[in-house]
Ligand binder design. Structure first.
Ligand code: FES
Length: 326
């Protein structure tokens, strides 16, 4: 079930390769007024995977522009199909997208800001860097990449931040030491983070270890990143006598809804928790890819965010709703 989602027609105006594995897409809605959107905004894009309509969520890059919305898509090796579809598009392609929305609570009143991006996580961070720099805020950015050739938007970041941007390139032996960084930040610093799940876990632990309040670490991650490889798994519906296969290119949420087991959802990015359903048994392992549940809740495996989280093996769930067709 879709919840608060208004789709608008749009055109892919142009594409630009930012690195061998990252392509930028400029998308303009048919009716577009260039209205500013909040920091951390994303749009949903309707994609087609194996002939089936699916939704993918992408952060908007930079601040609002009269040219349209910019997103950047990494061609993921373990793609569930969304990046393959996006990379297949040519300028002029017609798309359905949603209007920008942000779940990132920004506080403009702090004395100090720290921005952290891992890989393609730079996309929402660029707009934050530009907005903070424009306001004259005391801000620094730490951008972790495998190598500089994988980095995107270095020129824009350099223009906004200059020496206040530090690139941590793994192949140059410059690994980002989150413990040391967070220990050096003044009290009351607000940190915005966007990166893969493993890096987020490390950031959360380092942040707490440095004695900062967890509410001062605001983050986003991407639903495609987890601790286990993206692979097919099975979902058994409690008391329904039904077992569903979740292929690697589809989400559990989509398969449940397509099978008549309606699960409400909103962000489809593992952020709002609306799609959480009860887990009754785990024969294998759950890969929690949301940022909604706490570490403790994830360890207990009592609930799973169906939009992004996956599993290895078979899990039994209870959606509390019964399929119309069963
Ligand atoms: S729909 Fe928001 S966490 Fe799944």
């Amino acid at each position: 079930m879709r919840f608060i989602e208004t789709w608008i027609p749009a055109t892919l105006v142009s594409t630009r390769d930012l690195s061998p594995g990252i392509r930028e897409f400029l998308i303009k809605p048919d009716r577009f007024d260039g209205t500013a959107y909040p920091v951390g905004s994303h749009i949903n894009v309707s994609v087609t995977i194996d002939g089936q309509p699916e939704t993918r969520s992408y952060s908007l890059v930079g601040e609002a522009s009269p040219q349209g919305y910019r997103i950047a898509v990494r061609r993921a090796e373990d793609s569930r199909g969304g990046s393959r579809y996006m990379w297949s598009l040519q300028p002029g392609a017609r798309l359905d997208i949603t209007r920008p929305a942000s779940l990132l609570a920004m506080d403009w009143t702090r004395d100090n800001y720290c921005l952290i991006a891992g890989g393609i996580g730079i996309t929402p961070i660029l707009g934050a860097a530009q907005a903070l720099a424009r306001r004259g805020a005391n801000v620094s950015l730490h951008y972790a990449v495998r190598s500089r050739t994988d980095a995107a938007y270095l020129d824009d970041l350099n223009e906004a931040l200059g020496a206040r941007m530090v690139v941590h390139a793994g192949d140059e032996g410059k690994r980002l030491d989150l413990d040391a960084l967070f220990a050096s930040l003044p009290e009351g610093t607000l940190t915005l983070f966007c990166g893969p799940m493993g890096m987020l876990d490390a950031a959360r632990h380092a942040w707490i270890g440095a004695g900062h309040p967890l509410t001062d670490l605001r983050y986003e991650t991407f639903g495609s990143s987890g601790t286990l490889p993206t692979e097919t798994f099975r979902v058994r519906l409690k008391d329904a006598g039904v077992e569903l296969e979740i292929p690697r290119e589809r989400s559990m949420l989509d398969v449940l809804n397509a099978s008549g087991f309606e699960v409400i959802s909103d962000c489809k990015r593992g952020e709002c928790g609306l799609c959480a359903i009860d887990v009754v048994a785990v024969d294998g392992e759950i890969d929690h890819r949301d940022v909604f549940f706490s570490d403790h809740q994830k360890e207990s495996n009592q609930k799973i965010c169906a939009c992004v989280s996956r599993a290895r093996g078979t899990i039994t769930v209870d959606t509390l709703l019964r399929a119309d067709a069963v």
